[in-house]
Design a protein around this ligand. Sequence first.
Ligand code: DQA
Length: 149
Amino acid sequence: MSRLVYVLNGPNLNLLGKRQPHIYGHETLADVERDCRAVAAELRLELRFHQSNREYEIIDWIHAARETAGGIVINPAAFTHYSVAILDALNTFDAPVIEIHISQVHKREEFRHHSFVSARADGVIAGFGTQGYLLALRRIAWLIDEKAG
Ligand code: DQA
């Protein structure tokens, strides 16, 4: 199976580090990408790391991943809670999908407790801060290795 992994980030995550740091921490998305690349190198994964505030771009990246990728790590941000279109796109992708949230969404407002994406995700990580991305990459690598035998 392909060792290419897409790490996809939804709206407002470009402001990570500046945006509500008491909830999301002080690390920027560039810090997260740097740490993901370090872990990916260790795990021999190839990474495509993207962020968009536009739903269609996330959908287009999921479509691009369909033919090429061995897994997707996705923090859909607010799209989590209402995007049937992202769920539908993920349902066209056959390899592992891990959903990640920096904050512990279940401890927050009720509207954050429901995720459309969880209906497809093979695993969900929430409340581990930005370390959640690194845990998700480790899980995807493990699943790829398991499948390769
Ligand atoms: C988030 C949680 C979402 O509820 C929120 O809309 C985000 C970020 C998280 O990473 O904790 O933008 O996905």
